[in-house]
Ligand binder design. Structure first.
Ligand code: XMP
Length: 568
């Protein structure tokens, strides 16, 4: 197996870049690559096109989603406990999940009441599997309702902290936990009568049955173990996984890398793969994984759209071509993009033009590479969940997100999506396992349309340069203050407002720029970062002194919602 150990020495500051001499792919790895290539060469012509449907890990937990705002959080907690899990809509058909070795089901919470007409129901296969089931909130009420218990509206809605009191001292779910501890509640209904064979395991002041269970590993929790406010929530989830479902905990980034490489080899056979590289963490990890699996038969395409940050094209090229030794096609299309965007003010039009231009150039470049059957993409699990929940999801379109993942569907290529089942932080762990430089792995997200959506109004080369200079200063100061990794994003927006200032004895009339720095877990919501005043002062000082076209700096103190992270 090709197991290239790619290690790089990369400094923390923006100015340091990996140099070709930092590459430490040892010669035996190179030998393995070429040996593999020879075998692949011999097999050429017998290629079969296979698609991986899903990951077949030796164990999995399936979360059935009843519409809870916390379903993803449950998944995160399980993955953090080193167990693979998938979220599916509650009415998923059995054949979509039967390839998994399911060790337990989790029924999420949800907004409905089990006694309402048309309330979501319990699929019959859940009981038929004969494996542990953990119902959380609505999930618990559903177990009770489906098995002959009674659920009714509580006289008083229970929301926030409550103290859980255990009735027993030996239930495995509470192994090694205190008899009483705070839990987080959010419910209007509660279980009034237990179904046959169930015991009440714990109660709170307002929920006489806060936890119930039977001898077959069916458990109901009225509280939410997945939220941080439930003390010992992680321990409860781990106890369910390890003591009740008997999981082994083999979901580690090391195992993921090994299995993915094998799966990519199986899927691709002796075919060739192309991959659009943006320089961001997702496409970088995809490229590194596939490169590990098929070496030279991967070609990456990097399109410089002229909307990148200071020295970014050089940095991407150096890292991927010279550092990682990837087959890299570097297309400089800066002029074409900027010309097409000339005079365009509307953010959605900007996105559309950039998206279309990108796809056309990508298609043209892909045509130059012969015998390609596969297109690699950095699709992540949240995208997959979002698209399954698509029909019931929020209807209002806020922005059309264009990224390099939105590639043409009519290219007649099979998709290779090795990150399809990962969350962002898991992607970072995999990147680290692959030896990618920290600077690349920890990179803050950068939007596909780049600086175009950070310049309010029409884009010009002059404005792009002003923004690049400001952005460079912000990155430098944020990194020097060791804040970079704590922020989801930190950047500058060039507004279309000019204002009067005074420098020395002279009047100035320059641009106002806005600094945006946010914290977030997944970009769905975000909070403006409480940056220290000293850092803001330094940034402001440097920008007005070092970028002559700018004479005013403001700090954006809007969260999402109601704002969005980017201004356009
Ligand atoms: P908003 O501005 O919608 O951004 O709060 C949420 C996250 O998405 C990024 N973003 C984009 N990414 N193409 C992308 O690839 C886009 O068109 C786009 N618009 C916003 C944004 O940087 C943030 O991380």
């Amino acid at each position: 197996m090709i197991n290239a150990n790619l290690n790089y020495k990369v400094g923390n500051t923006l100015k340091e870049q990996p140099s070709p001499s930092d590459r430490r792919l040892n010669s035996s790895d190179d030998l393995e690559v070429s040996a593999y290539l020879e075998i692949a060469q011999e097999n050429r012509g017998q290629s079969t096109v296979r698609n991986i449907k899903s990951i077949d890990y030796d164990e999995a937990i399936v979360i059935l989603d009843y519409g809870s705002q916390y379903s993803r959080l449950i998944a995160r907690r399980i993955r953090e406990s080193k167990v693979y899990c998938e979220i599916h809509p509650f009415d998923v058909s059995l054949d979509k999940i039967s390839h998994l070795n399911i060790k337990g089901f989790i029924l999420s919470g949800g907004p409905a009441s089990v006694y309402e007409p048309n309330a979501p129901t319990l699929p019959s296969f859940v009981l038929g599997y004969g494996i542990p089931v953990l119902g959380i909130c609505y999930g618990m009420q559903l177990i009770a309702h489906s098995l002959g218990g009674d659920v009714e509206a509580s006289l008083q809605r229970e929301y926030g902290h409550s103290v859980l009191h255990q009735n027993t001292s030996n239930h495995p779910l509470f192994n090694n936990l205190p008899q009483n501890f705070p839990v987080w509640m959010s419910h209007g209904d509660h279980v009034l009568k237990l179904p046959m064979g169930f015991q009440c395991i714990a109660y709170t002041e307002n929920s006489p049955v806060a936890v119930m269970g039977n001898d077959n590993g069916m458990i109901g929790l009225q509280f939410h173990p997945e939220v941080v406010h439930t003390e010992f929530g992680n321990e409860i989830i781990k106890n369910f996984l390890y003591l009740i479902c008997q999981c082994n905990g083999n979901w580690t980034s090391g195992n993921f890398v090994k299995e993915s490489i094998q799966k990519i080899k199986d899927q691709v056979g002796d075919g060739r793969v192309i991959c659009a590289l943006s320089g961001g963490v997702d496409s970088a990890v995809v490229a590194a994984l596939i490169h590990n699996a098929i070496g030279e038969r991967l070609t990456c395409i990097f399109i410089d759209n002229g909307l990148l940050r200071h020295e970014e094209p050089e940095r991407v090229y150096n890292t991927f071509k010279n550092g990682l030794g990837l087959n890299l096609l570097h297309i400089n299309a800066a002029q074409e993009f900027v010309e097409k965007l000339d005079g365009v003010v509307d953010p959605e039009r900007k996105r559309k033009i950039i998206g279309e231009t990108f796809i056309r150039i990508f298609e043209e470049s892909a045509e130059q590479i012969k015998n390609v059957h596969f297109l690699a993409q950095g699709t992540l699990y949240p995208d997959v969940i979002e698209s399954t929940a698509g029909e019931t999801g929020p209807a209002a379109k806020i922005k059309t997100h264009h990224n390099v993942g939105g590639l043409p569907e009519n290219m007649n290529l099979s998709l290779v999506e090795p990150l399809r089942y990962l969350f962002k932080d898991e992607v970072r762990e995999v990147g680290s396992e692959l030896g990618l430089p920290d600077e690349m792995i920890q990179r803050q997200p950068f939007p596909g349309p780049g600086l175009a959506i950070r310049i309010i109004g029409a884009i010009t080369n002059e404005k792009l340069n002003i923004l690049r200079n400001c952005d460079w200063i912000v990155m430098d100061e944020i990194k020097s203050a060791n804040l970079y990794n704590q922020l989801w994003q930190s950047f500058v927006v060039l507004t279309d407002t000019k204002s009067v200032g005074v420098m020395g004895d002279n009047r100035t009339y320059g641009y106002a720029v806005a600094i945006r720095a946010v914290t977030s877990d997944d970009a769905m919501t975000a909070d403006w970062a409480r940056l220290p005043y000293e850092i803001l002062a330094k940034i402001s000082n440097r920008i007005v002194n070092e970028v002559p076209e700018v004479n005013r700096v403001v700090y954006d103190i809007t969260s999402k919602p109601p704002g969005t992270i980017e201004w356009e």
